[in-house]
Design a protein around this ligand. Structure first.
Ligand code: AMP
Length: 298
């Protein structure tokens, strides 16, 4: 495995692989690599002839300097995780090479969805994410790019960017890796105190509550949202930011769910803000017709 600061090295490795007819897999990360990232690397390893990861703590996507300063930087761990999961190239560029003129003048507008949910809580976040992803894709070139469902809104925005800007990339979504108690694995979990860590699974519990209601046939968005808010609100160490249910296709808030939907929560535990989400189970109307299951979801 090669670790390089130089974008030109990654560009050349990817071009060489494509010239041999190999598929290039690309996994962009902020570093502090863990099992969640490793699952993306492994998926890319299975599907591609060359696996490129990037490790770049992108200042453009942090709206708070404290949050950026507190983000873990673990280059030795990053190398070990990437190598064990089968990466070929790790591109860890310097900030001055990514943004030679400081904050770029031209950036990617994340559109309407980019200002909702995470975008409403973290102004400028998705503009920063999409801008750096577009720049990294410009380095790597045509590829399959892997993103976690853990950051479902980000995954959706990257898909929309690829579609709307005709980027030569196939965006691949990968399932969320969780701890045994349901907490989504995240670099931020290391910042939780023991008490906060014990409280944090409440996010997954709230999402699971919504999923149980959904499976029983509850379709009203406000009922599902209220249940999640109640569950998170009952945990004294959690400060709820939002509990949402959106239509998977439009990402608009669901009034009455009629097709694939996703529940999302964000909450702070002390100074650490965590997010999580879960696809809500059907049966949705077309499934009912297809499987012949009884109506009403009893
Ligand atoms: P980050 O370094 O936080 O920007 O994450 C890099 C990529 O890894 C993103 O596509 C994330 O969605 C994905 N990721 C982070 N945590 C997980 C997890 N627990 N399970 C699956 N993917 C994850």
């Amino acid at each position: 495995m090669e670790v390089t600061e130089r974008p030109g090295r990654a560009r050349k490795a990817a071009a060489l692989a494509r010239s041999k007819g190999l598929e290039v897999g690309f996994v962009p990360t902020l570093g502090a690599l863990h099992r969640g990232h490793a699952s993306l690397f492994r998926r890319a390893r299975v599907e591609c002839g060359l696996v490129v990861a990037s490790v770049f703590l992108n200042p453009l996507q942090f709206d708070s300097p404290e949050d950026l300063a507190a983000y873990p930087r673990l280059p030795d761990q990053d190398r070990a995780v990437a190598e064990a999961a089968g990466c070929d190239v790790v591109l860890a560029p310097l900030e001055r090479d990514v943004y030679p003129n400081g904050v770029p003048e031209i950036t990617v507008d994340p559109g309407h969805l980019g200002g909702r949910l995470e975008g409403a809580s973290r102004p400028g976040h998705f503009r920063g994410v999409l801008t750096v992803v577009a720049k990294l894709l410009a380095v790597v070139g045509p590829c399959r790019a892997y993103f976690g469902e853990k950051d479902a809104q980000q995954l959706e925005l990257v898909r929309r960017m690829a579609r709307d800007l005709d980027l030569p990339v196939q965006v691949v979504g990968c399932p969320t890796i969780r701890e045994g108690d349901g907490l989504a694995v995240s670099s931020r979990n290391a910042r939780l105190s023991a008490e906060e860590r014990a409280a944090a699974p409440v996010l997954f519990e709230a999402l699971s509550d919504a999923a149980v209601l959904s499976r029983r046939g509850e379709r009203r968005g406000d009922v599902l949202r209220a249940e999640m808010a109640r569950r998170v609100g009952a945990e004294p160490l959690a400060r709820l930011d939002y509990a949402a249910v959106v239509d998977e296709a439009t990402w608009e808030d669901v009034l009455e769910a009629s097709g694939p939907s996703r529940a999302l929560v964000a909450a702070s535990f002390g100074s650490t803000r965590l997010i999580d989400n879960l696809a809500l189970p059907g049966p949705w109307p077309p499934d009912v017709q297809n499987t012949g299951e009884p109506d009403g979801g009893g």
